[in-house]
Design a protein. Structure first.
Lengths: 238, 238
DNA sequence: CACCTGCCTTGACCCAGATCAACACGACGG
DNA sequence: CCGTCGTGTTGATCTGGGTCAAGGCAGGTG
């Protein structure tokens, strides 16, 4: 009856749902796939569903008239997409790798949220986590140097991938960058050239090692964190 | 029995509360005042209440070890302070003018939130609005020029003050900057010198006029918005 | 009154990161 | 096999905003 491997059960909306509620969610749920590079939804478009990322990576971006672009959300598996209670998308959402979404039609979803306290609760919690992440991100954008930005970004990705594997980040570890240099630049408020140069610099200084252009190995996670400018490396896994 | 002039009734938590619920809220509510410059709570401190700003202006900031500071929240009257369901402050909160808070003890508040769907709902809505604001802010920090940042900031303050007076921003209008140059710099990811210079430049170019150091008059709100780099000036009042 | 002290402004100079340009390296299609 | 297109790297140069330094201007305070 319900789908064990759908991450929505574990992290996103319905961690505590049971019986009827789960059945209801299962009923209103459907899947959508997008290819790498494909837009998911455009700023201002009507958005008749909310969703949880099952696999792949999606981004939320804002763009100024003249083309300057800032990423404002990076959605990895188990992250939530869409704003409950509002049917207009506020940002451009794009699939940066192949993406599978587990979608819920807005109408019944909103209604369920209204009726089921712990779903509303869960959503509030997730939104607060996102707000915290956004504020950390603001510190990065406003006050960190290019090198610190790159180090922070890699550390963030490392933490999230460690979280997926249910491990603590630390020591020697391997990870892959799910974004192009351009997307990284948009994440960090830099240009692609600066991103490229700083990655080269971190490589030269032995902070990171790379195989190909996307796979990174960290000889020492803590060393990277030192470069990121953050004081408390902390356990912030989200 | 309940307090008509407490903004918490109108915007923040309990817009739809009635009867018993209101009475409960009134019971757990108390006021606190802070003088300009005084810290309200420090990152990592235990925070045993949540609150709504009644009067004055408070800020949330993040600071790196070496002192670099980024503002991550600007709280004007009716804004909400504190994270429901977590008792550790994640940011430094400071009163930048004299501030009066309408506080609620965390324990009973959390419990009420759990029992009263529309309170949880309201909180979700407010948090989503804050998230939107944070993302707009990220675009500003990552991609706007110093001049655009200043213009955006003034436009944001203008909108919020217009909202307080229940008017649409537009045409000729007057407002006062509730922040020092330093706080503005921390808001915008700039230095005080750059803030000062760009304000001078906007004044020189006739975009803004100033009496004293804090009071601004806009000859033409739309002209300011043009300078801010935003396309859709939009009605985003929050 | 003179003297701070806190905020703000302005000028001179510098540098981190943007811009402009060239090139490297697959992957892909013909 | 050769173009070419998308992605990434590297170099040369430029510039917006940071840094350092010198005042200006209230508002307190003795």
């Amino acid at each position: 009856m319900h789908c064990e491997d759908c991450p929505i059960r574990y992290r996103a909306v319905c961690a505590q749902c049971e019986g009827d509620e789960l059945a209801t969610l299962e009923q209103m749920k459907f899947y959508r796939s997008y290819q790498a590079g494909q837009p998911i939804i455009w700023e201002g478009d009507r958005m008749d569903f909310v969703a949880s990322v099952v696999t792949g990576v999606a981004t939320l971006t804002h763009t100024l008239e003249d083309g300057r672009t800032q990423m404002v959300g990076l959605l990895l598996p188990s992250d939530f997409l869409g704003r409950p209670g509002r049917d207009q998308a506020a940002y451009n959402a794009t699939a940066t790798t192949d993406v599978v979404l587990c979608c819920f039609r807005r109408k019944p979803f909103d209604q369920m949220m209204r009726q089921t306290p712990h779903v509303a609760h869960r959503l509030l919690e997730m939104t607060l986590d996102e707000l915290d992440a956004a504020r950390e991100w603001m510190l990065l954008l406003g006050r960190k140097t290019a090198r610190e930005k790159i180090a922070s970004f890699i550390a963030i990705i490392a933490r999230r991938q460690a979280a997926l594997h249910k491990r603590r980040p630390g020591g020697r570890m391997q990870l892959d960058l799910p974004l192009t240099r351009e997307a990284m630049a948009d994440y960090l408020g830099l240009t692609i050239e600066t991103v490229s140069r700083q990655i080269t610099a971190l490589r030269r200084d032995g902070i990171i090692e790379m195989v190909g252009k996307r796979e990174v190995t960290l000889p020492d996670y803590d060393r990277l964190v030192e470069e990121s400018g953050d004081d408390s490396d902390g356990g912030t896994l989200s």
